[in-house]
Design a binder for this molecule. Structure first.
Ligand SMILES: NC(=O)c1ccc[n+]([C@@H]2O[C@H](COP(=O)([O-])OP(=O)(O)OC[C@H]3O[C@@H](n4cnc5c(N)ncnc54)[C@H](O)[C@@H]3O)[C@@H](O)[C@H]2O)c1
Length: 421
């Protein structure tokens, strides 16, 4: 091993964990190496370990067996599902890990994320949360323009998270985030990134939050005539249903190109899949259920209004019904405004001609660019190449987004009353 090579262990070898591991291997192999893996799925260990040459004695089938070895690497990535983040991170901090990259959300319980924040401080550990969007060139450019004072003081922000009808059905109706009690409410699971961005842009404490929203569409009373509880189980409404699982995961050319390959592992639990595996998953697994007959309970749309101590106001609109997945942001300042669609950014300074703003050479779809830069930032951090943590998403920064999301839920469940933070 190269001298001073930093070592990293990973707990949770799903979509996120393996993506981060891939970036470390592809872009940082001179500085860092994955040395140990932990997952409760033997299939996941068997699929992933050979790609990273991880020996048997560094593969762990439970967090208990992993932590029993003490600190075995310089850094740790925790990329398991939401409900396990608190326990695993607490154990990691108590074991003595000093650099931890934890997937969002930290927890849907305030006492838990505050405890982790305080424990990290007490142990002198850096607990970094994967708010990947902050690391993208696009949002970095927005922050830079706001900080430069060009648009003056922020008066209001109107930010929309268009989740995409197919993505919403996949994740929040059929999938891992359909039940707020097993994971977290959709405003926290999907939009803690957006709330984090808004708080980062405004850079002033949030004073009050109010919210309305509900689960309006994905309910049994909205099932079309002839619908069955599974798409490939005698449904007579499939032809005109945009949520038909066979179409989404197999036949639709859009998904073939962009989405389904990435998601097949989620459907089957296996890294390599034949068409028969996917068909079997749709016939028998969660992702072939009719979207109107799932046991989902999270909101499919929600609005959150925020007021900040410096007088700025913001509205976040989360909706699960757009044709495409994209975020829109309109930031209004006293001297000008910024209008962004994720791939395009326009600035209008009052009294001047509007300007298209370029934000660097890389503009990848979704938040892949942010993912890559987050990993680069984490590697720099463990290699002592970052001294200023101002724009690094430590748990201290995350607490704000989580506080707003929980206040939004409290408000929503109480008829939209304002909640003071
Ligand atoms: N930062 C982002 O933009 C972003 C995007 C999507 C998802 N996420 C978050 O990332 C996390 C992981 O999501 P994913 O899609 O990779 O999930 P996944 O289901 O694909 O992977 C989770 C993996 O963790 C393993 N696991 C579960 N419990 C475990 C435990 N107790 N110990 C060890 N391994 C365990 C599972 O077997 C699985 O392999 C979630 O919390 C999710 O909310 C973040």
């Amino acid at each position: 091993m190269i001298r001073n090579m930093k070592t990293i262990s990973v707990i949770g070898l799903g979509n996120r964990g393996t993506e981060y591991m891939g970036f470390i291997k592809a872009f940082h192999s001179k500085k860092a190496k994955i040395v140990a893996l932990c997952d409760i799925s033997q299939q996941a260990l068997d699929d992933v370990a050979p790609k990273f040459s991880i020996p048997k004695d560094k593969q762990f089938i439970s967090t208990e067996s992993f932590f029993a070895k003490g600190v075995i690497s310089d850094a740790l990535i925790i990329s398991t599902q939401d409900a396990s983040h608190y326990e695993i991170t607490k154990q990691a901090l108590l074991t003595g890990y000093k650099y931890i990259l934890l997937e969002k959300p930290v927890s849907g319980n305030k006492a838990e994320y505050i405890e982790l924040r305080d424990l990290a401080k007490e142990k002198g550990a850096l607990l970094i949360i994967c708010h990947v969007l902050r690391y993208s060139n696009y949002y970095g450019k927005i922050k830079e323009i706001i900080s430069s004072g060009q648009i003056g003081d922020i008066v209001s922000i109107n930010h929309t998270e268009n989740v995409g009808y197919f993505h919403f059905a996949h994740s929040f109706v059929r999938g891992n985030w359909h039940d707020e009690f097993a994971s977290t409410p959709s405003i926290l699971a999907k939009c803690c990134h957006d709330l984090d961005l808004i708080a980062w842009f405004v850079d002033s404490p949030c004073k009050t939050v109010s919210s309305v929203g509900e689960l309006i569409h994905f309910r049994k009373e909205n099932a079309p005539q002839g619908a069955a509880d599974r798409c490939m189980g005698g449904c007579k409404a499939r032809k005109n249903c945009p949520y038909d699982a066979e179409r989404l995961y197999i036949t639709d050319p859009f998904y073939k190109a962009k989405f389904v390959k990435y998601m097949q592992r989620t459907l089957t639990g296996k890294a390599k899949n034949s068409k028969a595996d996917v068909v079997d998953a749709i016939r028998n697994g969660d992702y072939g259920r009719c979207v109107y007959y799932c046991d989902n309970n999270v909101c499919d749309h929600q609005l959150v209004t925020m007021t900040f101590e410096n007088g700025a106001k913001a509205v976040l609109n989360m909706n699960g019904f757009s044709d495409k997945m994209f975020r829109e942001c309109h930031i209004v300042g006293t001297k000008g405004e910024l209008i962004g669609y994720g791939t395009k950014l326009k600035m209008r300074i009052f009294g001047s001609r509007p300007k298209n703003i370029s934000f660097g050479p890389v503009s990848l779809g979704g938040h892949v660019e942010g993912d890559i830069r987050l990993v680069s930032g984490f590697i720099k951090l463990i290699c002592d190449e970052i001294t200023d943590l101002k724009d690094i998403t430590t748990i201290d920064a995350t607490v704000i987004s989580h506080d707003i999301a929980l206040a939004a839920e409290e408000s929503r469940k109480n008829g939209g009353i304002p909640i003071t933070l």
